[in-house]
Design a protein around this ligand. Structure first.
Ligand code: ATP
Ligand code: MG
Length: 561
């Protein structure tokens, strides 16, 4: 440590909220250089290298071959796949001195698809799995949490190419089990959830979410059957259609009821429809959006909101926005809109709005609502959409138990892309019978820099980092309270036995400072050469459990496994 470039800080850095950001900075593992851009100091680099090594081992084990693309890429392939536009403001775009367009790659599907097309033209070249461990760039709107959401970050991305759908499914399954091994080796607690594919395109996709309170991804988990899905991908069970035995639609004067709460209060106060038990869930809220510029009205039960992220996921890649130009559409009466009206726009409903259900909704006149507005009798939606907010306690789509809402960090994502890129690049190979076969592709990512932060999110305490042995920069932190030379000798012995050691040989520090630093730096074991060292004993402290035991020096190496 007397030679090591590590500077520990006593205070948390300003504006760092996520524990990983605070602790990795305080312990001298990383330093901020730019918004979403971090320098890896020596201890941090050692952790990142361990994480990288583990991922590489598992990728090679599943038959992956490692390559490495540049991050600076020509624009043309991304234009051909459509992602130059789909990614919007999230990519860094550049122009070189000749005026040619480039980008800094957010991910490399196009390039891998072209590589396979150009070099592997025969069916004998498949199946093929290629991977790289490479720096990615995304102009994130909100870089956040230090390494958790950077604008430059390290990713393992792999790509599978297969002649058949069954082949693709095999490559996907192989990645899924490799990812389980990888995240287990990192000591991460995680859930694989059904996901939407987003800008990658394709259909089947799963995210690996590591549960932490600082995670940005919300997902539901069923405590009974284990179902897990991210909030965008959760499906809402539809109730069975109801009988059409409702009284006729009735329009009521409901002055000053622009909100659901004020409406429900008035209905109950006046005993509307002969009832005084009206609730927000009896009302139908109609929200007007634009989808690629076209109007879309979505009806959801009034005790829920429209969750724009869910709508965006359902309608991807269309651009969705809240419509607010009611002046241009006098037929749409803000706050009093009902689907039984004569206005013209697409109308989709929440899956709970099924045939025969009766609702309270706007009467398409300011200050008036209608009760007993029956789906299938008084209005006919064009279809359903997963748009309503998801809540804890909603029924699990698999078993009906109330789900829990959890937070996690997405550490990995696997996709069956199918033929999206093969179609874009007309990637066919000559099959055994000479006839062309269009390839099926999968893509699979792990955020390596994000993984480092996520491990810290799950493994730390108020005193500092607590590394799992698999990724720790060293296995043992040796703290001599008096005899530094003896410590260096012990370190040399451990080193020879294959145990990686960090020795605190810094001159002139108090025992307190050394031990505090050892806890902050977080090696799995601290070995203290203290009072009983003269009798041939050292103290071994387990960073994770806090256990302390006296061990004879001669047995030290053996006791540390
Ligand atoms: P997010 O939803 O968190 O923005 P994403 O779905 O856009 O991530 P993918 O395109 O699936 O990410 O990329 C694969 C992996 O790369 C992710 O699972 C994540 O671990 C990592 N990753 C993505 N964006 C970032 C980022 N800004 N900083 C660090 N890691 C990232
Ligand atoms: Mg993802």
């Amino acid at each position: 440590m007397s030679r090591l470039l590590v500077r520990t800080l006593r205070e948390d850095p300003a504006s760092a909220e996520a524990p990983s950001h605070r602790l990795l900075t305080r312990a001298g593992y990383i330093r901020r250089v730019a918004p979403g851009g971090y320098l890896w100091l020596p201890l941090g680099k050692l952790v990142l290298d361990q994480v990288t090594r583990i991922v590489r081992e598992e990728m090679v084990a599943l038959g992956g071959q490692e390559v490495s693309f540049p991050a600076l890429l020509p624009r043309e392939p991304f234009q051909r796949s459509g992602r130059w536009d789909e990614y919007g403001e999230d990519i860094f775009r550049l122009t070189d001195r000749r005026g040619t367009g480039y980008l800094l790659a957010p991910t490399h599907e196009e390039l891998f698809a072209l590589l396979a097309r150009d070099l592997c033209g025969s069916y004998r070249d498949y199946p093929l799995i290629l991977f790289q461990i490479q720096t990615k760039y995304r102009d994130e709107a909100r870089p956040r949490g230090g390494l958790l959401r950077g604008r430059e970050f390290l990713m393992k991305d792999s790509y599978s190419f297969d002649l058949t759908e069954a082949g693709l499914e095999q490559a996907y399954a192989a990645h899924r089990s490799a990812y389980r091994r990888v995240f287990d080796r990192f000591g991460l607690r995680y859930t694989a959830v059904a996901a939407m594919s987003g800008p990658m395109g394709g259909s089947v996709s799963e995210e690996f979410l590591a549960e932490t309170p600082f995670g940005e991804d919300r997902f539901v988990g069923c405590p009974a059957c284990g179902y897990a899905a991210n909030v965008e991908a959760v499906t809402t069970p539809s109730p069975a259609p109801a009988a059409h035995d409702h009284p006729p639609l009735q329009v009521l004067d409901t002055p000053d009821t622009p909100t659901i709460d004020s409406l429900v209060a008035l209905l109950n106060a006046t005993g509307a429809g002969g009832r005084t038990d009206w609730a927000a869930a009896d009302t139908l809220k109609n929200v007007v959006l634009t989808v690629d510029g076209e109007l879309l009205v979505i009806g959801v039960p009034g005790d829920r909101e429209v969750d724009l992220k869910r709508v965006e996921a359902a309608l991807f890649p269309a651009r969705v926005a809240i419509f607010d130009d009611f002046a241009s559409r006098p037929d749409l009466v803000l706050g009093y809109l009902g689907p039984q009206g004569t206005w013209k726009a697409r109308y989709l409903v929440d899956p709970r709005v099924v045939d025969g259900t009766a609702w309270v909704t706007g009467a398409n006149e300011a200050g008036r609502h209608a009760v007993n507005v029956v789906c299938g009798r008084d209005f006919a939606p064009e279809g359903t959409i997963e748009a309503a907010t998801v809540r804890a306690g909603d029924p699990c789509p698999r078993c009906g138990t109330g789900v829990e809402l959890r937070r996690g960090v997405e550490v990995g994502h696997i996709f069956q892309l199918g033929r999206k890129y093969a179609d874009a690049f007309e990637h066919d190979v000559a099959g055994p019978d000479g006839r062309p076969v269009r390839l099926s592709m999968g893509s699979y990512g792990i955020g390596l820099t994000r993984v480092v932060a996520t491990i810290v999110e799950q493994h730390h305490d108020e005193r500092g980092l607590v590394w799992p042995a698999s990724v720790a920069p060293a296995h043992v932190h040796l703290v001599p309270l008096r005899d530094v030379d003896a410590a260096l000798e012990i370190a040399a012995g451990l080193d020879e036995a294959g145990v990686r050691v960090l020795v605190d040989d810094r001159p002139g520090l108090s025992a307190g400072v050394r031990l505090t630093d050892a806890e902050l730096l977080g090696m799995p074991y601290t070995v203290v050469l203290g009072r009983r060292f003269a009798d041939g004993y050292v103290e071994v402290r387990d960073r994770a459990t806090g256990d302390r035991r006296e061990v004879p020096v001669a047995e030290l190496a053996g006791s540390l496994v």
